[in-house]
Every structure is written in structure tokens, then in C-alpha cells.
Design a protein around this ligand. Sequence first.
Ligand code: ASP
Length: 603
Amino acid sequence: MLKTHTCGELNRQHIGERVTLAGWLHRRRDHGGLIFIDLRDRFGIAQITVGSESADVVRETAAQARSEYVLQVSGLVQARPAGFENPNLSTGEIEVIADAITILNPAKTPPFYISGAADDVDESLRLKYRYLDLRRPRMTQNLILRHTIVRFIREFFSDRDFIEIETPILLKSTPEGARDFVVPSRLHPHEFYALPQSPQQLKQLLMVAGIERYFQIARCFRDEDLRSDRQPEFTQLDLEMSFVEEADIRALIEGMLIELCASLNAKPIQQVPFPLITYADALEKYGIDRPDLRFGQQLFNLTKAVSASNFAVFKNAVAVGGEVKGVVYPGGANLARRELDELTEFVKQYGAKGLVWIGVTGSPAADGTYSAEALRSQVTKFLAPEEIQQIVALSGAQTGDLILIVADKSSVVAQSLSNLRLEIGRRANLVDTSVLAFCWVTDFPLLEYNDEAQRWQAVHHPFTSARDEDWAKLESDPGAVLAKAYDVIMNGWEVGGGSIRIHRSDLQDRLFARLGLVKEEVQAQFGHLLEAFQYGAPPHGGIALGIDRLVALFAEATSIREVIAFPKTAAGTDLMVDAPSPVTEAQLKELHIALRESKTKEK
Ligand code: ASP
């Protein structure tokens, strides 16, 4: 080894020892006669001191060295002079008095300082020079955390008789609701592999194979339209078990997450066992199926109460079968007009036509009602006094609060209010960031109607089972069929989802038919699965957890890109190696591919 110790391990116990360190020049301070070098390696930072007692050649080398030079330094460990200790550094009590310095490799001036804050650097520059960006202690920590979590997961499941099995990357379409990435086959002209959107069908086939307990840290590929903080390839803990029901999978995963939190010394979990919330309830109370439970502000529903209202905004929404719902902004009664306008613009992003606001500025009368003077609103004149009293009462607002209401199609109400609730959480500082809030969302509908395609589609994926008692409704009332599916939510992020699967080929066939797939399509795409189910498929179910999201949450990172070594941009490109990129004509020819149109024309 070119070093005897790491830059992070030296402390008082090493005083008097001669050590050799090697790493990168993190920072250098030159005080004329005295040069301080912060030498960094993966394990930490040590202060190298080059003073009058160092030989001339050592002083000269130290004076030459620049940011990110690779250095090897030998010297004596000493206690720092009193008053010069750095309590923020594990090696802050000592310094190494250099008696030899070798420049192992000089470095060009880096495009950004490794010692500076990542936020100050344009992200595309960070991604182009990712190998420098990863030198930041924070980024290295994220990679270490990721490793720690994956290692924990591997041990946890291995200890419980699960086996990790690799499934192929070059395969056939396994639908999870996104587009496939396809790979042309050279040996089979005009034929393509698809990269797996998940190992879904393979893990089910492993259950038919009698494996009973499978897991994999699996790479998944989904060619989706650009959405912030998605990656075209991402990593899941993929898991499947035989002879289980919903509660078994939930208990297993919940136990794993609780132990993981403990082993990471993470923040306390808000509620154990994790609360169970039905999909319908989540939508009613939070407008979304992944509620952030670190604060309250549940939505209130006025639809029934205002069904006879003459106020056009309410009336129109109710007339088209929409909803009138709202959320309370605590202490917001006297928000400036500008802020109210901002909130209105905010909900408009989600398709809402506007935002009705009522500030409860005054105190209630003895009977609990509010006089017109006690309220501040642009709509009081359109609403009957009793109506206003009812709204205030149903909202649960108190003196000083602001009532915000959206009246629209249900989907617009849900989208705008779920986001408005989060925005209020941020603005009014309501989020309890001292805890981790997990919950399970259950009882999802099995199917949803796709207006554009004019047919029913699976909410999770087409292998999810309906509840036993709901199969009867599959043809007559498909929208009312509930699934044996569950999602696990952490701080408002969906970190995992799974289901009990269909394991009978007749039921799987029925579902495919309900989804509008014709026999030939089913045979070509899923023939293998249907056939396998005829050879004694056990009841089975599973789940997949997003590793990138999980690590990002524990790292308190702002984006999953912070916890992926070499992520792609939001546009799906790799700025470091410049991918995707054209291939040569010869490669295309080998693959039997001719490009249809010029790039500019396609755009
Ligand atoms: N295959 C599903 C997914 O990737 C998870 C599962 O149902 O196990 O979301």
C-alpha cells in the first residue's frame, strides 16, 4: 500500500507515530512560512502542516501542489496547538508534520471545487464531471449509505430463507405500464428483445418453479416520458413469495423497514404498526394515494353541503358530477393579497379554474357562528349566510385560519388540493421533520378506465388479483372491483408496491379479456405464463421497493440523482459518456436496421 493510514482515522492515539498518507489535495492555505494542506481520501480529511522544520524540497513541493493533485505525504503525527483543534473533523485534534511529499499525479484545475457546496454548481456540469462530483464527501457518503442499505436488505432476506436469483435483462416485454426499451437482435433479423420493466413475470414463474421465497436487487427499465426525478433505469428490491396473503407480505416488509431504520440509526418512526389507509380514504382525506402523514390538514368535503348552492362555481362543479373540497391554512387568515394570488396560481397549474378563499379573521359569536365582519373573502356576497356558517363549521377552521376551496372535476380537485396541502405544509412549516412517517395504502381498484384508449386498464399490472368476492363483478361492474394490492409510503413518497397475483390461468385469461386483449395477442405476449399456470402454480404474491427512492429518503437528498453513481438527466441522457449517441452504418447493417428518416425531419 502507498499509505499506512487513511486520512480519516488519525487521532490523539497516533501522536508520536510516523505515518504515510495518500489522497487528494482538498484545500491549501499558504501563510508564507507555513503551508497547511487538507489531504482528503475516501475516509476523511487530515491536516498536513509544512513549516520551518520541513526540508526545502518538501516546502517547494507543497507550494507547487494545487487543488486535486494526488499526493503521498509522510510525517509525524502531532497534537495541534491548543486553540487550533477542529471539532468538526474526526482528525481535528492532530496534524501531520510533513517530512516528505510526493506528487503522484498533478491535476488540471477542476471545473468546480470539490470542497465547495454542490448546490452552487450547475447540475449538468456535475453530471459531465461525475467522477469529480463523486469525490465530494457528501456524495461518497450517499454511495456508502446505498451500499449499507442494499447489504442490509440482502442479509435480512437471506436470513429468512429467501434466495437471490438473477433474471435476464435481454427479454420480452413485461408490461408495467410504460414503454419498453427494445434491443435489436443481430442473429434474428427484424426481431427484438425488450429490457424488463420489472422481473414481474419471471418472479411469478420462479414461484411456479417451486422457489417459494425469491428476491433480487433488480435493475428495471422503463421508457417513460420525461418526468422530474425519474430515471429510465432504476433499481428495485424485487420480491416474491408463495402461499401468502396480503398481510403476510406487508408484515414482512414492515418488519424489514423497521429493522432497517434501527440499523441506520434513522429518525424515529411516527407510528408502528404502520397505519393502514384504504385507497378511497387516502383520496378523500389527502387527494392522493401517497399521503405525507408528517402533518395533518386533511381535506374537507363540501360537495353534499353545497349541492343546492346558487353560487355558480359550486353549482357548476356539482352539476358535472364534480366535487367541492378544501383545506385549511392554519394562521393564514390575514395572508397578503399577493400570497393569495400565488396560491391561486399554484392550483391553476393542476387544472383548477380558481381558488375560493375565506379568512376567519374575527372571533365567533356566543353561538359559534361568524358574522360577516369576522370573515374576509371575495365570495361572501355570493353565498347565503347559512352556507358560509356551514362551510366554516365543516372546514374545522378556527379564528386566524384561512379556508381554501376548489370546485371542479374530481380529478382536478384531487390533484390541486393534494399539492396545495403540501404547499401549505411547506409555507406554514407544518411538516414534522423529526420523524419518518410510513403507511400502507390498500384496497386499490383493480382497473381504471382509460378515456383516451377507451378501455379498461390495470391500475398496478395485469397480474394482480381481484379480491375473491369481487371477481363476480369483473364483467358487470369493472370499476368497482378491488385488488389485492398494497403500496408502502414513506414521507409522502411511494417507496414500494405489490400485490397478490392471479395464479389460475382461467382467471388470468378473464382479466386479459377484460383489458381488451385479443386471443392472439395474449398468446404471443403471455402464452408462457398461462401455460405455466396449468402446471400447478401455487398462490403467490410479492412486492418491489424502489432502492433509489429509499436511499434518497434516508440520505435526505433532494433528488434520486444524488444517490445514483451515474444517473441520467431528466431528459434521459448521460452527459459524461454522451449517451444515447449514433452508431455506425456498419453496426446498423449488421442489425438489419435502416433508419427511416433524418433526425431533423423526425423532430
Ligand atoms: N412488478 C411490480 C413493480 O415493478 C411490483 C410487484 O408487483 O411486485 O412495480
